[in-house]
Design a protein around this ligand. Structure first.
Ligand code: GLN
Length: 491
């Protein structure tokens, strides 16, 4: 029998339905793979007991013929999602051993549909980062290495554990969150598929907040179809999140294989950066050619405010973070460092509990929101955000149905290689992804090729609001043309 961990979700669904194996066997195969891959540091908490118990329940439901759309599918959950009775830390010391007494809406929907929890996945502290190096549990290793090299590379971030675990077959799919690129950039670094849905498509309830107007959760999977299957269970209206939108959830999987003939796809000229590696240019051209040969019409478009997106994001996101993170004061959750009075206790707890990047964001955020600077920074960034959104609206108004761009400006880099002296070096990773969050649009990253050193590269498709289906259709055309990429196992 083939190794159960190498199956796609769609293949596992058929295998379970035809009783070729059980959900318990599937869970056990993954638990064994996780144990053998601890060096990657993708999981910050394994939950073998829950996994087996949930798998047994899935088997019982399958037996009765009402397994649910994800019956028996073993998943990893980013440590930003509250899981009832299972430690949830956002990979920050300040949450300590916080064990939620409630379940996030998204994870409850996954369990409702029969999925199985394997454990909690590593991420950048409070999802701030692009390399998973800011986690209090230490960095995650990318299962991909440069040809002939054993340098350990980052999996991207902030959903580095999710991407690494999916790529290394330590789960069949994973949840992730994306505030400025945290689903799409790690997907591109690991040859996985990452979908950041339209703002409001998935409930944020029970997910640790970073920047509430930008945060959106979504799936990472090994194929476009698997990602569409996960997305269907994750999406939906939730009265507990006032920004979640009440509209029916389509059958995303049904979008796969739909004709893309005559579709207008925009190629934004502003994404052609000076000094962009030739390999990324080439990949982008190839992607456009694949869509064209499947019948799409490629048109050059302009998104004139693109260059302001990154600086504006790094004002809006820290501003919201500084407000969201005010709740970690040593009183309500996790860590408490005593002091002589309550103020000293707050200060000592926050000084001890937050890592350097989180402190930097809180300081930037409070600064740009403070009297005297608010108009110059925060208000101006909000105006820029409106212009960025309008750029996309103008483009869609001209009949463009999706936009094709590179997902990242480079392939995965080495652990410790970037951002040490200058944090902006790390922030530049998000150059192609933050615009999508600023505009609230859906975006998907699809593996599309490899660089000269054998590392995966991804393409991004940006869609109209609530038109994730088109992205799945187009994404699968790219996947079919590019083929699938699996890292050689060395761990
Ligand atoms: N890398 C970006 C940041 O550090 C985005 C992170 C995210 O999407 N959560 O803010």
């Amino acid at each position: 029998m083939t190794d159960l961990t190498s199956l796609t979700i769609a293949e596992a669904r058929s295998g379970l339905a035809s009783k070729s194996f059980t959900a318990l066997e599937l869970a056990d195969a993954h638990l064994a793979a996780m144990e053998a891959a601890r060096a990657l540091n993708a999981y910050v908490r394994e939950t073998p007991d829950q996994a087996r118990e949930m798998a047994r329940q899935a088997d019982a439901r399958l037996q009765k013929g009402d397994g649910g759309p994800l019956a028996g599918i073993p998943l990893g959950i980013k440590d930003l999602f509250a899981t009832k009775g299972v430690r949830t830390t956002a990979c920050s010391k300040i949450l300590g051993n916080f064990v939620p007494t409630y379940e996030s809406t998204i994870t409850s929907q996954l369990w409702r549909d029969g999925a199985v929890l394997l454990g909690k996945l590593n991420n950048d502290e409070f999802a701030m980062g692009s390399s998973n190096e800011t986690s209090c549990f230490g960095p995650v290793t990318n299962p991909w290495r440069r040809d002939g090299s054993n340098t350990t590379l980052v999996p991207g971030g902030s959903s580095g554990g999710s991407a690494s675990a999916v790529a290394a077959m330590l789960c069949m799919g994973a949840t992730a969150t994306d505030t400025g690129g945290s689903i799409r950039q790690p997907a591109a670094f690991t040859a996985t598929v990452g979908m950041k849905p339209t703002y409001g498509r998935c409930s944020r309830w029970g997910i640790v907040a970073f920047a509430s107007s930008l945060d959106q959760a979504g799936p990472i999977g090994r194929t476009v179809r698997d990602t569409a299957m996960l997305m269907r269970s994750m999406a939906g209206h939730d009265p507990k999140d006032t920004t979640s939108v009440d509209r029916p959830v389509p059958d995303y999987e049904a979008a796969i294989g739909r004709s893309i003939k005559g579709m207008r796809i925009g190629i934004p000229r502003e994404y052609r950066l000076d000094g962009m590696p030739a390999e990324i240019e080439k990949l982008w051209r190839e992607g456009a050619a694949w869509l064209k040969s499947a019948g799409a019409e490629l048109v050059e478009v302009s998104l004139p405010h693109t260059k302001y997106a990154l600086p504006a994001y790094y004002i809006v996101a820290p501003a919201e973070a500084s407000s969201n993170l005010a709740r970690y004061d040593g009183v309500r959750y996790g860590l408490r460092v005593p002091g002589r009075g309550i103020k000293e206790m707050y200060e000592a707890t926050r000084a001890e509990g937050f890592g350097a990047e989180v402190k930097r964001r809180v300081m930037i955020g409070t600064y740009v929101l403070s009297a005297g600077y608010y108009d110059a920074y925060y208000l101006r960034a909000q105006k820029v955000r409106t212009l960025i959104k309008k750029d996309f609206e103008d483009c869609f108004a001209k009949g463009v149905q999706a936009i094709l761009t590179p997902a990242t400006p480079s392939a995965a880099f080495g652990i410790g290689e970037k951002g040490g002296a200058d944090p902006v070096e790390m922030y530049l990773n998000d150059i192609f992804t933050v615009t999508v969050n600023m505009a609230g649009l859906p975006g998907i990253a699809i593996p599309a090729g490899k660089d000269a050193q054998g590392l995966p590269l991804g393409l991004q498709l940006i869609g109209r609001p609530f038109d994730e289906e088109t992205l799945f259709s187009l994404g699968e055309v790219i996947e079919r043309a590019a083929g699938r990429f699996t890292p050689p196992k060395w761990w």
